[in-house]
Each structure stands twice: as C-alpha cells, then as structure tokens.
Design a protein around this ligand. Sequence first.
Ligand SMILES: Cc1ncc(C[n+]2csc(CCOP(=O)(O)OP(=O)(O)O)c2C)c(N)n1
Length: 590
Amino acid sequence: MAKVVLSGNEAIARGAFEAGVLVASAYPGTPSTEILENIARYPEIDASWAPNEKVALEVAIGASFGGGRTIACMKHVGVNVAADPLFTLSYTGVRGGLVLVAADDPEMHSSQNEQDSRNYARFAKLPMLEPADSRECLEFTRLAFELSERFDTPVMLRSCTRISHGKSVVELGERRSDLPAPRLVKDAPKLVMLPGNARVRHPLVEQRIVDLSAYGDSWSLNRTEMRSTRIGVICAGVVYQYVREALPEASILKLGMVYPLPKALIREFAAQVDQLFVVEELDPFIEEQVRAMGLAVTGKELVPLCGELSPGRVRTALARTGLITDVAAAPETNPEPLPPRPPNMCPGCPHRGLFYTLNRLNAYVTGDIGCYTLGFMPPLNAMDTCVCMGASVSNASGIVRVLPPDEQRRVVGVIGDSTFLHTGVNSLMEMAYNQAPATIVILDNRITAMTGRQENPTSGFTLRGTPAPEVDLAELCRILGIRHVRVIDPNNLAETYTALSEEMARPEPSVVITRRPCCLIKGEGRFTPGPVMTIDQALCTGCRACLRLGCPAIAWQPAVDGRKGKAIIDPLLCNGCTVCQQLCKFDAIN
Ligand SMILES: Cc1ncc(C[n+]2csc(CCOP(=O)(O)OP(=O)(O)O)c2C)c(N)n1
C-alpha cells in the first residue's frame, strides 16, 4: 500500500478507519481536535461532535455495547469530564473494541494545566498505548482495537502535542471488513453495573491487568534496543525520539504499552545495563513503578517534572550524572527566545465590546474557557477567575453567597455558547434552583471558535456540515428557571452597557445573551464584514480612547516634529464592527 506523510492525528484517524471503526465521537480540544475532523472524511464511519467528553465516551460505549468498534477522542482535561463512565466501563469491558484517545499537552501550549493522562490508565485499571510517531499512531490505533477485544477492556491511546501535530511517514493499509455485524445481545451480568454484578467484575479487572502485563513482556510494542550497556534508558512516546537524538549510544527499552508495565522485560533490561534511567515527561509514572519493583533507577532527580522535554533538555539532565561529557555540543531547541506576541481577540471579534463594557462597569468577572478568556488581557482587563469549562457560572453562584449586596452586584459570569452547552447548563440550573443573584453572560458567537471553529448544537450544523436543529439558548435558560433573560448585540455598546448595568443591579439571577457570529465564520446567516473604518486625522485628538479596545486593527502613530500622536486604522485588518466608532467622542472614526 501507499506511503504518505501524515500528522499523528491524521494517522490515528486512519488507524481507526483501517480497524473497521463504525462510530466516532469527540469534543474538540487542542491537540486532539483534528482526529475526529479527519475521521469525518471516511464516509464508512458515523462521526459526530458531542456536547462534551462524557457524552462522547458514552456514545462510544453504546456503540461498543451494540457490537461495533468505536473511538472517542479528547484532550487530557476532557478525560476528567469523561472519568465517571470511564471507570465503570473498565468493569463492564466491551463488546465491540473501544479506544479512548487522550491527547496531553505538556508545556501547556493551549491548556489550563498539564496533567499526565497515564495516571488514568492506572487509576481506572486499563491498558494504555503510547505511540512515538505517526507510523506508530496508525499501527497502535489498529492494535488497540485488537487488544480491546482480546482482553475485553477499553484501551487508552495517549498522544501529546508533538505527536499529534508532528508529521512523519506512514504506510496505509486496508480497512478490516471481516468483523462481525453489530447486533443486540443481552448480557446483564456484564453490562448492568449494580453492586452485585460489579463485585463479580472487579476481580476480573484485577486479573486482566496481571494478564496484560505478562502479555506486554513479549509484545512487539515493547522493544529493547541494545547499544552501549553503560546507560540504559526506559522511555516511551515522543520522549523516545528525544532520547535517541540526545543519547545515540544508550541502550533503550522503548515501551509501546505504558500501562501495565512489562515487569519481566524491565527486569531483564535492568540486569543488562550498568545504570538504569527512566526519562519521561511530567510525572514519575514509570519510574515509581520500576522503583517499587526493587530496582535501582534514576529519573526525576535529573529530569524536569514540569513542561516538555527536548533532546537538549534530556542531554543536559543526564549530563549531571557525569556519564555524558560533551554537553556543550548538545543541540538546544530554542537558543534565541522569540519576541513575545501576546494572544489577542481578532479585529471585529464580537467579544470585544462586551469586555470593554464589563471593564467600564467595574464588574468582577468569573471567567471560562474559550476565545473570550482573552478578555483577561490588557487593555480590557475584564476577567478575574478562570478554572475549567463550565466553572464561570457555578463560581459566580458560589462567590455571591459570601459577599455583601453591593459587591454581589458586581459579579458577572461569562461563558461561550459551546462551553455553556458543555457543562454550563448544569451550573445555570443550580444557580436558578438556588436563586443565586449573579448575572451570567452567554457569548453566543454561533461556533466553538477557540479550537478552530467547530460546529456545536447552537450553530445549526453537524460536523459534516449538514443542517441540524439549533438549541434556543434564551428558551433553554428560561426553562432552567431564569426569569430575566435578554438577547443583545455586543457590537452595540450602548445596548450592551444598558443591559449589563440593569441586570447587574437586579438582586436576582439573570442571563444576558450576546448574539453575533464569530468574525471567522463566513457563509449564509453568519458573519458579514461591515464598512472599513478610517480615522480622520484632522478630528482625532489623540485621546487614546479607541486604544482601550485592544483591537489589532488600531495602531498608535507616535508624536513627530511637534505634532501630537494619533490613532490610525489598518484597512486590511478592520472588519467594520464599528465599536471604535461608537466610543470616539470626537466623531473622528467613520
Ligand atoms: C474539558 C475541556 N474540553 C475541551 C477544552 C478545549 N476548549 C477550550 S475552550 C473550548 C470551547 C470554546 O468555545 P466557546 O465556549 O463557544 O467560546 P469561543 O471560543 O467560541 O469564544 C474548548 C473546546 C477544554 N479546555 N477543556
């Protein structure tokens, strides 16, 4: 078959296709998003966005219980949301093979924390595979389904930013067409996890881990590469590439299955080398288990606990042992720091007018995760907390309970449309139920913008672009028990100011929905740019009020030759939202 260059995410998608997967479900999140987007290219697979990761996994569980092979994909923090079904799925096992892809983000390129998903495999007692390049992404995904059915277990596949987004050569294979057709089979003792049945399943789960560990001792995914026996390194995933580059002479035990560990193979390898190291990103996951086996091993004393590794960091770390001497020659990944370029909302972003207004109203903003988190950045400076998806609403509901009335009124929770449907709905239900007097703003830009403009249940389209029912957010809020709901245009500053100041003053729960499409989604009923604005230099007084919007289209021309500094608008960037025009007191912007 053909050889092609694919990203890790594309290769995982291909692996799912070749494995004969019938159903794929996911919620977007960097660096995992493109897995489902690429699966959607295969018409043989029913691929769809779920409103959150728990739902995605449960859709996959349903498909597996029906007898079909199925995959659920998410970023590392998504596994927290999906953890409830995951732990019990470990007990039920599968009918059709089930793979859960967790894409970690060491260094937090695009995440709020850098948790290590390997801990989930151990915690939930299920196997985890970790590919080291795109070829392995494809191969391991295929093999994960075989493993899942052979051992009656869900299998986790761990990727990370560098594997998901890096590209390398893969060899394409055929799609499996010999799998049994799905059909209903009643099997309550296995699939109904009430205590009596679960008690029977638990010992099977424990035995499964023992069996998988023994299987791993001779499975080709775990392999030993013997070179100099002075240094022996156990590693997996992308770190294998770093170790090969940084320590070309070292012997390596490369693990393809990072949980459970192949204990006999590890002992055999340890016995062959003078000094044993574990090099791993984030937690001492392998190291602690190897030490618990009674083996002398060095790891996190040298290797950083936080952030990504690189060939340079691996070499520098191991150089501290004195075993490597030519560290000066070690390649450093980023010798010249790049100039900082802080992230910013796009010109014409409908979130900008809202945050400008929240700043003017001196609101205390419990924030959430999405493009609008950038409302935290100067000059808008209008976000005070941000924890996880959905937390804005429940944080607002909690914070007002400890504040005096004059401070309660300042509390505003802000949440995007996708985030609201992800986990905000439950929080708003709580807020309405317990009548917490906060104001919530739902920023309805009709799309999941932050992760690359994925459709969601408010946007009217499915993953494949077919029309879908639209959730009516205002009606949903009313049904949840919010009596005061209003829909406004955030590009209208006066309307936004009036709505927010009135709702903030109200000693009752209320919701303001700011409705305007993201300026990056074009198409019918979506964003249409307005007239490009210009600043009349004769009328501009250089008051800098328009700069308080932080719009990338507005620049400052410093004073020259005794003339005052003035603002200018870059016509190539301006999307014509008119927000700057509305706040210019001198009518200089037209
Ligand atoms: C549990 C979890 N899943 C996924 C993500 C990735 N993610 C960050 S923000 C976001 C959605 C943003 O969409 P929306 O709320 O509509 O706001 P917008 O970016 O459109 O302004 C997603 C999916 C995450 N941070 N946490």
